[in-house]
Unconditional design. Structure first.
Length: 302
């Protein structure tokens, strides 16, 4: 164990650090392109600003109860079985940065179609939890299967980034200042297992994409997959979000995901119904906003 200075010395050093930091005006450097944590400052009072970063936050539901009636090794295997695939999915969709926080993981996305890739990553994680993880756990523990699954949140905002901690040691990490990570985590907290909640900037992308908004071509009903969701503890317009309970279709999921991630939005199979869908969706948004005491923003002629 290393030599430890007296508590009074620790507090004196901390006081000097606080005084020094508060005297400075940190420099904010506008940074384009992908996030590279190697470029983040640690000792210098400089923060990088990344525009419109999308965050996906995936949290394992009911994780505190996973140990009930199971050996520690079994609990550990559940964590590894669940969280590692979520991290791999974030990486496969091109997340610039991924962090694991216990039973949760989050990824940050920038660049071309970053919002769409983030949305698809979130849907894929919740689909994995519902259709892969849960059946495997039920097969392993048929009489008392773990009640879990992923709760997913997604949000977007500009982010300030800097490494904070002790340089030239392992005791430092990137810090992300901005709404995206915080709001994505709040969305995840308000979801239940196998659900995904997004804030309004992400919801706006979803509403305009027919591959995301309507049920797939396997059904002739063309059901709206997302429902209006007011996100608690999220300020301003961002709180006017959406909730998803559905997962990727085994038949159409690969094709739809590829279309979404490469910028497509218009589905040929709904061409004849588009005007009717648009009017019905508009009326439902009005009713939702009226029920929640929100201002009604009408379009041209409204």
């Amino acid at each position: 164990m290393p030599d430890r200075p007296p508590v009074s010395e620790m507090l004196d050093d901390s006081e000097r650090h606080v005084a020094e930091q508060l005297k400075q005006t940190p420099e904010v450097i506008d940074t384009q392109g992908r996030i590279n944590t190697a470029d983040l400052y640690i000792d210098a009072p400089k923060w990088r600003k990344y525009p419109q970063v999308s965050c996906v936050f995936a949290d394992l539901a009911g994780s505190t109860s996973l140990r009930k009636g199971r050996w520690e090794a079994s609990t550990a295997s559940i964590y590894d079985a669940a969280v590692k695939p979520a991290v791999r999915i974030l990486a496969d969709f091109g997340a610039d940065f991924i962090d694991v926080q216990g039973d949760a993981a989050f990824g940050l996305f920038t660049g071309e179609y970053s919002k769409r890739r983030a949305i698809c990553a979130g849907i894929t994680i919740k689909t994995f939890g519902e259709l892969v993880l849960i059946p495997a756990l039920e097969a392993k523990w048929p009489t008392n299967p773990p009640q879990t699954g992923f709760k997913v949140g997604c949000a977007v905002s500009d982010l300030l980034a800097k490494k904070i901690g002790i340089s030239r040691t392992a005791h430092h990490a990137p810090v992300w200042a901005g709404r995206a990570v915080n709001y994505a985590a709040k969305c995840s907290q308000q979801a239940t297992a196998h659900q995904m909640i997004v804030t309004k900037p992400i919801a706006d992308v979803i509403r305009c994409n027919e591959y995301l908004w309507y049920s797939c071509a396997c059904s002739n009903e063309y059901t709206e997959l997302w429902s209006e969701q007011y996100v608690e503890k999220v300020s301003g317009k961002d709180a006017d979000g959406l909730l998803l309970k559905s997962s990727w279709c085994a038949t159409c999921g690969d094709t739809y995901c590829e279309k979404i991630c490469t910028g497509s939005w218009r589905r040929p199979d709904v061409d004849s119904k588009r005007n009717l869908f648009t009017y019905g969706k508009y009326q439902r948004v009005i009713k939702f906003r009226e029920a929640n005491g929100m201002q009604i923003r009408r379009g041209i002629g409204g």
